[in-house]
Design a protein around this ligand. Structure first.
Ligand code: KIV
Length: 290
């Protein structure tokens, strides 16, 4: 029997956990993940929420936007993340055109995403115009996170990837949309790229947790795209990102050393090779007439 102290078992994060954190003023931590190993690390460090975001279109597939991501792509990645992070509250992003066409299609596709992967909930973009859809999905028993502000699936309509809610009409609309999403049954709302003061008003008024990305420090929690945070993305990095590491550089250095060592016959060394007994080798050589 092991004499090592048992590592304290982490409790599964639920909607109740998130509400409790908001009530106590404890910040909620939220990150994207697209693969098993990243999910394992995020679960190990104790992140509350994981988003299998459609940002995987850019981070994993090299697309120019999130629009080409399909439900099948999302399901594959969400399965891997779910397996790696059993204790986090995992959210699957609803890809473009999987929930905009009709309410029936939206419920069906949200069901496919949850049933096919085991994620705890889904996220979709949009304001009060999405409320009937949100009501229908929550009626089917699926927790929905709303997404307001810079909504990348409609970036073209918004005039590009730029901050939102910076004039009176747009800011008031954001505040009203957040209330509408909460009333429609969203268990939490993500605010992207809006002024910190507007996010503060929304956070203070909301009963549900408000998560921010580029929405300042007053939100109930923060989310970042894991590749941005780790320095593992070559594309545009938004103003709101803090880069905590440069994993891309570490990988590049490792691959460069590997290439050089192979070219110079420095790798593999004896310790990387399998051995055969001398007598056995002699028999092999004899059998081969060597
Ligand atoms: O897809 C995504 O990664 C997002 C971010 C804004 C968190 O929605």
């Amino acid at each position: 029997m092991s004499t090592q102290p048992q590592e304290a078992k982490r409790k599964k994060v639920t909607i109740h956990t998130l509400n409790e954190k908001k009530a106590k003023g404890e910040k909620i931590t939220y990150l994207t993940a697209y693969d098993y190993q990243t999910a394992v690390i995020e679960d190990r460090v104790g992140v509350d929420l994981i988003l299998v975001g459609d940002s995987l279109g850019m981070c994993v597939y090299g697309f120019d936007s999130t629009l080409p991501v399909t439900l099948d792509i999302m399901i594959n990645h969400a399965k891997a993340v779910r397996k790696g992070a059993p204790n986090c509250f995992v959210i699957g992003d609803m890809p473009y055109m999987t929930y905009q066409v009709s309410i029936e299609k939206a419920v069906e596709n949200a069901g496919r995403l949850v049933q096919g992967t085991g994620v705890d909930g889904i996220k979709l973009e949009g304001g009060s115009e999405m409320c009937d859809t949100i009501r229908a999905i929550t009626r089917a028993g699926i927790p929905v996170m709303g997404h307001l502000g810079l909504t990348p699936q409609s970036a073209s309509m918004l005039g590009g990837f730029k901050a939102q809610g910076r004039d009176v009409d747009a800011a008031v609309k954001l505040v009203n949309d957040a209330k509408a999403l909460e009333d429609a049954g969203c268990f939490a709302i993500l605010l992207e790229a809006i002024p910190a003061e507007i996010a503060q008003i929304i956070t203070e008024r909301a009963k549900v947790p408000i998560l921010g990305i580029g929405a300042g420090k007053y939100c109930d929690g923060q989310v970042l795209i894991v590749n941005d945070l780790c320095g593992f993305y070559d594309g545009h990095i938004a103003k709101f990102v803090k880069q905590y590491a440069n994993v891309g550089k570490i990988i590049e250095e490792a691959l460069t050393r590997y290439k050089e060592e192979v070219e110079q016959s420095l790798f593999p060394e004896a310790k990387h090779c399998y051995k055969i007994d001398e007598a056995e080798l002699a028999k092999v050589k004899k059998a081969l007439g060597l």
